[in-house]
Design a protein around this ligand. Structure first.
Ligand code: SF4
Length: 314
């Protein structure tokens, strides 16, 4: 980041402007995947907080073809960003590398053949990638922008076990390193507020992930969604949870950002689940752009920025 004081953190929109000279918009696709933690490959019932249906934009529907979803997604975004001409096909819900490579190729390549699509962003689990799939993605990077976004969720195995994630933090590190070694971009997703974690432990995750070969990061506060196992746990033992109030979350994010590697592009700071899906506390109707503006103000007030306290390991 050239001037950390200008934006205070490494923003996603600036990153794309630097890389492609213009705005690049993600178009979400629901390709009908399931997840090894749901379909019995690894387990049933999924992670205790999982309710993927809460995250789908309206134009996403696995009954529609990939091309149709992209067409509708582009139309949807064009209403807001008239000048966007470049798009990434974002395979988002569930585990988007869960299948045989031949099957996956058909889906990804249908997306890449759509006019205006310059690459893929693929959300997946770190235990659902293989050398064969990574070799394929490596080949794609010769022509396209490819990023694999891994759900790390927590750097602590005690938490991963508790939320029935089904993989360890070491597995996340292995997948991220193997992906980066092939020149494929890497993303990571963390959730703040998972049961049993202290604020200090969550803050320390900034130090831990900062030394991984990551390009982009996304953060979410834990939201207790209806029809999840964690909603039952929350109802029974609310004292086990440290759910952030909005103000507390900004204070936490400021400290987290100070410790975070300034090279990482921060794509998201919070989740925006529609209130109807929530079975726990809500922040009310606050949009992601409002959260970003409030966070920037907080960073300015404290005259601080992403990476201020980060020390690179040589
Ligand atoms: S890995 Fe993702 S899709 Fe699978 S159960 Fe966990 S949260 Fe749900």
């Amino acid at each position: 980041m050239s001037n950390p004081l200008e934006k205070r953190y490494n923003t996603y929109s600036d990153y794309f402007k630097r890389t492609f000279g213009e705005r690049v918009q993600k178009v979400t696709i629901d390709a009908g995947f399931t997840c090894p933690n749901h379909d019995g490959t690894l387990g049933y019932g999924g992670c205790t907080y999982c309710n993927n249906m809460a995250f789908n934009p309206s134009y996403c529907n696995p009954l529609k073809s990939i091309s149709q979803q992209i067409k509708e997604g582009i139309e949807f975004h064009l209403k807001r960003y008239r000048r966007a001409t470049k798009y990434l096909a974002y395979f988002q819900p569930f585990t988007n590398t869960h299948g045989k490579l031949e099957y996956l190729k058909n889906l990804y390549e249908e997306a890449l053949n759509y006019q205006g699509i310059i690459g893929l962003a693929i959300g997946t689990r770190p235990d659902c990638i293989s050398d064969e799939k990574l070799d394929y993605f490596q080949k794609l990077t010769e022509k396209y922008y490819i990023i694999i976004e891994y759900g790390i969720e927590s750097c602590y195995n005690k938490t991963l076990e508790r939320v029935k994630r089904g993989h360890s933090f070491e597995k996340s590190v292995e997948a991220i390193e193997k992906t980066a070694q092939r020149g494929i971009k890497t993303g990571a997703h963390l959730i703040f507020g998972l049961p049993g974690e202290t604020r200090d432990e969550m803050l320390n995750e900034a130090n831990i992930i900062s030394d991984l070969p990551l390009n982009n990061v996304k953060f979410h506060q834990l939201q207790i969604l209806k029809d999840t196992l964690i909603a039952l746990e929350y109802k029974k033992y609310p004292e086990n949870f440290r759910l952030f109030k909005l103000d507390e979350y900004f204070d936490f994010l400021v400290e987290f950002l100070e410790r975070l590697n300034p090279e990482f592009v921060v794509e998201r700071f919070a989740g925006e689940v529609p209130p109807g899906f929530l079975a726990g506390p809500t922040w009310g109707l606050i949009r992601n752009d409002q959260i970003i503006n409030l966070l920037k103000k907080k960073l300015e007030k404290k005259n601080t920025w992403q990476g201020k306290k980060y020390k690179k390991i040589l």
